[in-house]
Design a binder for this molecule. Structure first.
Ligand code: CA
Length: 224
């Protein structure tokens, strides 16, 4: 589960990011509207937490531009505004829901999870593909009862793929989403990591969970 936090109050942004990381989410923070918009378009997020009052492009503008380019990532607005008019206004530009500042972290988390559920995205920290289980909160990976040790990059790669089981993912999409946003990496790096993962999650168990889709990328699927 990947979350983009677009918030110019650094302390608040970091507090939200830390809280969400503690719950097993991957978090990126953008401190202004331009960067937020760019990140939201370039990477794939499960949900965006969007402040309204931002320097440069404000939250409303970010929201409506995303919807204009048919990016339908669920958006939870963080706002100091209140009242029915601002609510209609927010929903009018394509936000899905809002939380009024000041809010407590548990309230934010509950609203975000509810939004993810409505959007049909499971916010469950556990993800299963056949007998392979990933727990993004505890950062554990199990094949049946056997615990598998993964580095943090290997875990992120496997988690990204497992949550999109059945989809073919290009090396470029994997690089953009698993490595840092501005990482100009060599797509061959993905091959290296896929090989390492296979050596840990598949080979020792004589399994074939990670398929190569020739010319297109990789796909993870249950082989049971
Ligand atoms: Ca602000």
């Amino acid at each position: 589960m990947r979350v983009l936090v677009v918030e110019d109050e650094t302390k608040l942004a970091l507090a939200i990011a830390r809280g969400l990381q503690g719950e097993g989410f991957e978090v990126d923070v953008a401190e202004d509207g331009e960067r937020g918009l760019r990140a939201a378009i370039e990477r794939s997020y499960d949900v965006i937490l969007l402040d309204l009052m931002l320097p440069g492009l404000d939250g409303r503008e970010v929201c409506s531009r995303l919807r204009q380019v048919e990016n339908w990532t669920p958006i939870l607005v963080l706002t100091a505004l209140d009242g029915p008019r601002s609510e209609a206004d927010l929903l009018g530009v394509g936000a899905d829901d809002y939380v009024t500042k000041p809010f407590t972290f548990p309230v934010l988390l509950a609203r975000m999870r509810a939004l993810l559920r409505r959007a049909g995205r499971s916010a469950d920290p556990e993800c299963r593909v056949g007998d392979l289980m990933l727990d993004s909160r505890a950062r554990r990976c199990l094949r049946g009862d056997v615990e598998i040790e993964l580095t943090s990059r290997e875990f992120e790669l496997l988690d990204f793929m497992a949550r999109r089981a059945g989809e073919t993912l290009s090396k470029e999409a994997i690089l953009d989403n698993v490595w840092d946003m501005n990482f100009e990496g060599d797509p061959n790096l993905v091959e290296v990591y896929i090989r390492r993962l296979r050596n840990k999650i598949d080979r020792p168990f004589e399994r074939d969970t990670i398929a190569t889709v020739r010319g297109a990328g990789y796909r993870i699927q249950s082989d049971e």
